[in-house]
Write a protein that binds this ligand. Sequence first.
Ligand code: B12
Length: 410
Amino acid sequence: MPTLPLGLVCVATATEKVGHDVRVVDLLNQPDVRMVIREALEEFRPDVIGISLRNIDDQCMKNTKFLLDQEKGVVADCRDFSNAQVVVGGAGYSICPEASLAYVGADMGIQGEGEKAFPALIARIQERAGLEGIPGLYLPGRGLQSPRVFTQDLDGIPLPDHHLWRSCNLNFPEFWIPFPIKRGCPMNCSYCSTPAIEGNAIRRRSPGAIVEGIARHVEAGFRHFYFTDNIFNIPSSYAREICRSLIAQRLGISWMCIIYPEQIEEDLVKDMASAGCSEVSLGFESGSERILRIMNKRYKPDDVRKTSQLLVDYGIRQTGFLLLGGPGETRESVEESLVFADSLPLDTLKVTVGVRIYPNTALAKRAVDEDMITADDNLLLPKFYLVGGLEDWLYETVSTWMAKRPHWVM
Ligand code: B12
């Protein structure tokens, strides 16, 4: 799925709302990035440039694509055509804030959500005042300047403004507009980077505000949405409220989301379908109860099976995910997962081999204990956990299974 720069548009919307002139430049799929940057900077002449570092890498163990060299190039291009301060932020940035700031050579970085911090920073730059107290601000070589703040009242920060999507590369036939609902994930999966990006306490917007934001997009002609929450269905009472508000408004939209296969009741799946949910990502990751426990998952294979069947019953398409080769994995548990995935009514299955190690996770600690990485590795350059001796066998085995299953991808 081609992605739009949602985080950047959220920050741009908030910056525009406090009265600044803003220009969004989407560098994805641009044949000549330097030229696009040059034209934008010479025409707009910004005082501050914000760059979203969404991805550090593609998270694939084989032929890993490390993406920060492109982003370093973008910072250098900005410096060639402008004297503005260059500030970086974004999901990828927030995972390794100090190391990625040093790597790309920007003037500053903001870890975590930027809707309040970025306009606050601009105000200080404008007033030529000190930078103390800006939440989540990093300076090169000087580290974190002030603790980050997780906004509790999400309704107090604006939803992305649809007019800014017009400056993005929307020339795909059926575009799924990314749309955020809540923030934070309390699940604490052993390998996940989300706590570093949005914290582990759930923060919600009111369903009314969500539906209003979507309705504004619908008026502007958008009909397909990707709800970007890590987990749409938790808490399920809130997910149902969102669905019921969407049903009541009859917006005629279709949407996708990511779900966690724990205690999904039939009523929720039914409401999701009635509200326009056409497809979900079902990230069950393993079919082995033992491996699920090691990953700190709260569900069992039976919960996954029940969820998968409910989705079929209500006509919602599903993409399953397997994450193989992590701690405790054996040939037997891999085979158990493949047999399990094969027995589910999935439309697509995505198989990942090797687990990207992110800082401050249980997986990183284990990798240090097992001498896979050193304790001082900042993990900006991608490192993967893969149980010793499994690698060749895993790729071969998954490839063999895939050969007869065209709906599986690795
Ligand atoms: C939804 C999602 C997807 C969806 C995207 C759907 C869509 N249409 O957008 C799908 C499933 C398609 C997807 C694909 C991929 N994803 Co993804 N995705 C996410 C997820 C769960 C949410 C991202 C999101 O939109 N959040 C909502 C927005 C509002 O938040 P935000 O982007 O973080 O922006 C906020 C702040 O970061 C900050 N900010 C952002 N930009 C800026 C700029 C400045 C200047 C400032 C100050 C602040 C700032 O303020 C924003 C507003 O609060 C994140 C995990 C996470 N919790 O973040 C992973 C995540 C971003 N994805 C990740 C990856 C790796 C990928 C893929 C490469 C996977 C793959 N191998 O295919 C692809 C790449 C796609 C692409 N072309 O970029 C990784 C990136 C880490 C890394 N190693 O680089 C993440 C972090 C998940 C993880 N495993 O850790 N993804």
